[in-house]
Design a protein around this ligand. Structure first.
Ligand code: LMR
Length: 332
């Protein structure tokens, strides 16, 4: 009897492949390089929760944090090949893909507030920049915040001249390279997953991060000083393999669009507090001295770094920089 039922099911599956296949959930692999208890870490888990709920289980999202699946310099290629479906890289990491315009977000002090970031990402420039990914087989779905970056090292960084000769880890952005050179430092591009070890062994002397990345990667254990410069932002583009996305059943795609919209609101709403809590964690650890800058000090940093804007015009595009100035009212 049991064998007949099994046989009947097998026949049904063959006769109606859709039925059997329909039961197979669509798997979305979401890979990223940061810790789970960060704005992006929590945002990706929120997307998982909502995507599975809004599609009634037709989709399963597998989240791989901390570069478990792919490191920085591998993940974009893996996305283009379809080995992974979803990523949320920092906007500082699209240069190697040939989309240099995103590096406008790396220009020092160009985005003075979260509201300014929002004005750009939710405006025409934000949409235009995401559009530049389509010819690469990538579709941009959303912008997620992290926060403002601060500078750390094992010597106190009060003024730009304190950077002279320091080896500073950066993301793969030519603008960040120019920023560190403008400070007299030696920039070192390195995958995020390698930074803690490089700081611990002295391969690099310092780096720049928002508190949420600094604390969750335990950099406070290997960095004695953190200067609250807020000189730049870490902002993410949530991206999907375009062929995969366009190939989804329409009902599933629209449910995922709602899940992404709600997860984006959640991730951007928690980002500021996540960084404040992380900074509290650093302070409580007593392992890193926090240096705050007076308005005069900050003016000296701006004087030292604003030259980078002009210098990088030909790389990023004058029109792109001007569009951010217009959106944010920034006066160089
Ligand atoms: C970094 O490499 O410093 C950051 O982009 C990591 C991240 O994704 O926040």
């Amino acid at each position: 009897m049991r064998r007949w039922i099994l046989a009947a099911t097998a026949v049904a599956a063959l006769a109606w492949p859709g039925a059997a296949l329909a039961q197979q959930p669509i798997v979305i692999k979401f890979s990223h390089v940061v810790a789970p208890d960060t704005p992006k870490g929590k945002g990706s888990l929120k997307f998982k929760e909502l995507a599975e709920k809004y599609t009634n289980g037709k989709v399963v999202v597998e989240v791989y944090p901390n570069s478990q699946l792919y490191k920085d310099n591998e993940e974009l290629q893996a996305l283009q090949l379809g080995a992974v479906q979803l990523l949320a890289p920092s906007l500082a990491k699209f240069g190697p893909l040939g989309v240099r315009e995103f590096e406008v977000f790396d220009l020092p002090f160009i985005l003075p507030s979260k509201a300014a970031v929002r004005k750009v990402t939710d405006g025409p420039l934000g949409a235009k920049l995401m559009g530049l990914l389509e010819p690469k087989g990538i579709k941009g779905l959303a912008y997620w915040d992290n926060g403002f970056k601060d500078m750390s090292a094992n010597k106190p960084l009060y003024m730009p001249e304190d950077f002279r000769g320091l080896k500073m880890r950066i993301q793969s952005s030519k603008v960040l390279e120019a920023q560190m050179r403008a400070l007299g430092a030696i920039p070192q591009v390195m995958a995020f997953s390698e930074v803690y070890q490089a700081l611990a062994t002295g391969v690099v002397d310092g780096t720049e991060n928002p508190p949420s990345n600094f604390y969750t990667q335990k950099m406070h254990e290997v960095q004695k000083y953190l200067t609250m410069t807020d000189h730049g932002v870490i902002e993410y583009a949530v991206i999907v393999n375009k062929k995969f996305w366009d190939g989804l059943p329409p009902d599933v795609r629209s449910a995922l669009e709602s899940a992404m919209k709600d997860a984006t609101k959640y991730a951007n709403d928690i980002a500021k507090k996540e960084n404040e809590d992380a900074l509290e964690g650093v302070k409580k650890s007593g392992k890193t001295q926090i240096i705050t800058l007076s308005p005069e000090d900050k003016a000296a940093w701006k004087k030292a770094l604003l030259t980078v804007h002009k210098e990088q015009e030909s790389r990023i595009g004058k029109d792109v920089i001007q569009a951010v100035y217009k959106d944010t009212g920034f006066k160089p």
